[in-house]
Design a protein around this ligand. Structure first.
Ligand SMILES: CC(=O)N[C@H]1[C@@H](OP(=O)(O)OP(=O)(O)OC[C@H]2O[C@@H](n3ccc(=O)[nH]c3=O)[C@H](O)[C@@H]2O)O[C@H](CO)[C@@H](O)[C@@H]1O
Ligand SMILES: C=C(OP(=O)(O)O)C(=O)O
Length: 429
């Protein structure tokens, strides 16, 4: 299995192009199931999760053409997918595929709304918490679906179609909001989603659905209104920039010191995280090109942060912030409120010399003078990249194993960092 080898100590200097957002690209690809006409998605990142979803959609009969043509010489330009879901040959999403990636469960809403039936495996075991799907199923039930669970599969039926309804989520859920939004787009009559997730990726999906002819108001607020339409049509949409990738490289720069332009990044998508970085001593400037991050000379200052649904500090940047705080001048407190078990990086960061105590849902991080390289391994995507950030500032060699987690969510990670001066390489084997 591949590994990432890092020799820490170099400042980051240069430009890092920001890719399209994984967490928008996935539901956007799934939205293609809602229409018999072609959906063209631009700026889709080249990631393992995207490739897996291509296989899952292919299994339903969806035809996807990848236009690999680059923008001039730009090796970092996103790919364009032409997605044709005219014929759905199979409404079953099997365990072998769904168990590998949670977002693949989200095919349930569009399949049910368009085909009147869907059989989708419950998502597999996850490394960051139990992650049930009850809100998704309750939303589909509210829209009139009959739902049974049998042998690890959700069997959803609505032979006469879905009917608009009021859906009130007990807790903010990104995935359940996607499910409700996509299903309601083809339901008869009006639906109202209350306590909806406000994440930019929800807005991106809603914008694309509107281009496809859906009638949606309020995406980006807690109340989304949808007037169902009988069918959706062809559209072309560009995936928004990845705010988590942006925040990750911003933290890497704050960690090593230096001066990096995050090209194509949009500051409005991660204001809370950028504010946290300013408190930590980084200089952050929005420019026409993207976001410029600098830390010159001054050390890293400790922060107190709680993760929260958007617009709060994202749980998907919690591990990266913790890596940064391992070298802060003082004690930080980082509280995880979204997932009950998203601290697996703590033990691995400790292998590099970090001093972190867990107190329930809060990690108390005592900054240390120096980290020292070591072999490490993580069990999820963001935890893995937190080890990369720590490795960039550790003395000596850090070897990050289980690279497939990184490949799920970070396009060309080692290239993007090494062209900014990091000593980082992939070792195949
Ligand atoms: C592909 C994608 O976009 N993944 C993101 C999405 O995951 P995902 O959509 O799975 O996360 P949710 O927003 O649904 O999870 C929020 C909380 O709600 C709980 N919950 C969720 C659904 C449900 O039916 N029942 C239930 O109890 C979850 O266990 C969790 O505690 O949002 C998370 C929170 O921002 C991010 O960390 C993930 O990167
Ligand atoms: C947790 C994540 O993804 P997923 O929801 O696909 O597990 C993530 O992107 O950090």
């Amino acid at each position: 299995m591949d590994k990432i080898r890092i020799v820490g100590g170099n400042e980051l200097k240069g430009t890092i192009p920001i890719s399209g957002a994984k967490n928008a690209a996935l539901p956007l690809m799934i939205a293609s199931l809602l229409t018999e006409e072609k959906l063209i998605l631009e700026n889709v990142p080249r990631l393992a999760d995207v490739a897996l979803l291509q296989r899952i959609l292919g299994n339903h009969g969806v035809d996807i053409t990848t236009n690999g043509k680059r923008n001039g010489d730009d090796p970092y330009a996103g790919q364009t997918l032409e997605i044709d879901a005219r014929v759905i040959v199979d409404t079953i999403a099997p365990y072998e595929l769904v168990s590998k990636m949670r977002a693949s469960f989200w095919v349930v809403g569009p399949l049910l709304a368009r085909m009147g039936v869907a059989k989708v495996s419950l998502p597999g075991g996850c490394a960051i918490g139990t992650r049930p799907v009850d809100f998704h199923l309750d939303a589909l039930r509210a829209l009139g679906a009959d739902i049974e669970i049998d042998a690890g599969y959700v069997l959803a039926k609505a032979p006469r179609g879905l009917t608009g309804a009021r859906i009130v989520f007990p807790k903010v859920s990104v995935g359940a909001t996607h499910t409700a939004l996509m299903a309601a787009a083809l339901a008869r009559g009006e639906s109202v989603i209350e306590n909806a997730a406000r994440e930019p990726e929800i807005v991106d999906v809603a914008d694309c659905l509107i281009k496809m002819g859906a009638r949606i108001e309020g995406a980006g607020t807690s109340t989304i209104r949808i007037e169902g339409v009988p069918r959706l049509k062809a559209a072309r949409h560009a995936v928004l920039p990845d705010r988590i990738e942006t925040g990750t490289y911003a933290m890497a720069t704050a960690m090593t010191g230096g001066d990096v332009m995050l090209a194509g990044a949009r500051p409005d998508l991660l204001e809370d995280a950028l504010e946290t970085l300013r408190h930590a001593g980084a200089e952050i400037d929005a420019t026409n090109e993207g976001i410029r991050v600098r830390r010159n000379g001054a050390g890293i200052l400790p922060v107190e942060v709680s993760t929260a649904p958007y617009p709060g500090f994202p749980t998907d940047l919690q591990a990266q912030l913790m890596a940064l705080m391992t070298k802060a001048k003082g004690r930080s407190r980082i509280t995880e409120t979204i997932f009950e078990n998203r601290f697996m990086h703590v033990q691995e960061l400790a292998r590099l010399g970090a001093r972190i105590q867990l107190d329930g849902d809060t990690a108390v991080v005592e900054g240390v003078e120096r980290l020292t390289g070591a072999p490490v391994m993580a069990t999820d995507l963001r935890a893995s990249v937190s080890l990369v950030i720590a490795g960039l500032a550790a003395e000596g060699e850090t070897m990050v194993q289980r690279v497939y987690h990184l490949d799920r969510g970070f396009e060309k990670l080692e290239e993007k960092l090494s062209r900014c001066g990091a000593e980082i390489e992939r070792i195949s084997g």
